[in-house]
Design a protein around this ligand. Structure first.
Ligand SMILES: [Zn+2]
Length: 260
């Protein structure tokens, strides 16, 4: 399960005026909006795991998956704060392309298992933004600002990236209204393509496939039993094997978004 921060009360207070306004604008009765909560998800680096962890057959044999409870009913339009991209990653366009590829993977259900990549998910990259992700350095969620932002910034050691989700409604049928992703900007933490003699560095695209999985509602599966899946709660270093979806990642999205 995701780590749920205990800052819920503050978020609810901050959201109340927006909730009422949004309810009026879209013509929904205010009472249908019960809560706005967030999931804080941390793919922590496991200790001593081989980079080949995801390469065995389990990736297409393990059907495990968990669901956070909320989902998008409209297109998720997201933006990148390019000014926050750390210089060590090089060309900003290449970085944005890696992020877009990760989002596309979740949108379509692109997988390594020969399953049709045709989920009913809708997202689009909407360009640059000056907004930053509403995520604190300790991995908590800040205030919602109306923009779905991906940015780089400081995160506590052990956190690669954190996704926050704001949603209305109950646990089982929540409606997501905003999601932000903060990626740790520590020098050398990520790579776009595997460097020689790689150690203690992580694949940016695979990490973001995992985070966009959260953005659309996927929860974690335990690394101890499901290390081959993209939604494992620990990502091995130096592996590019998590850029697509594994069987359980795919099936769980399909169950929620697959319409045909
Ligand atoms: Zn995670």
């Amino acid at each position: 399960m995701p780590k749920i921060d205990n800052g819920l009360a503050a978020i609810l207070r901050a959201l109340l005026p927006l909730v009422l306004c949004a309810a009026w604008l879209v013509g929904e009765p205010p009472m249908t909006m019960h809560a706005a909560r967030f999931a804080v998800i941390v793919p922590g680096p496991p200790i001593g795991q081989p980079a080949e962890a995801a390469m065995d057959g389990a990736r297409c044999a393990d059907p495990a998956g968990t669901w956070l409870g909320m989902r998008w009913r409209t297109e998720l339009k997201w933006r990148v704060n390019e000014r926050t991209i750390p210089a060590y990653l090089g060309d900003r366009t290449a970085v944005v392309n890696a992020l877009r590829s990760a989002a596309t993977t979740v949108q379509t259900g692109r997988n390594d298992c020969g399953l049709p990549a045709n989920l009913g998910i809708s997202e689009s990259y909407a360009g640059k933004t000056d907004h930053v992700a509403g995520v604190t350095p300790s991995g908590g969620c800040g205030e919602r600002d109306g923009a779905n932002s991906v940015s780089f910034g400081p995160l506590n050691k052990g956190l690669l990236a954190v996704t926050c989700i704001w949603w209305y409604g109950g646990k089982e049928n929540g409606r997501s209204v905003e999601t932000d992703i903060l990626i740790d900007d520590t020098e050398g933490l990520f790579f776009l393509s595997t460097p020689p003699a790689c150690t203690n560095r992580w694949d940016l695209e695979g990490t973001l496939t995992h985070e966009f999985g959260h953005a659309f509602g996927l929860g974690h599966v335990a690394f101890a039993q499901h290390s081959a899946l993209t939604m494992t709660d620990g990502l091995p270093d130096c592996s590019t094997a998590y850029r697509g979806l594994g069987l359980g990642d795919y099936l769980t999205l399909k169950q929620q978004y697959g319409t045909n």
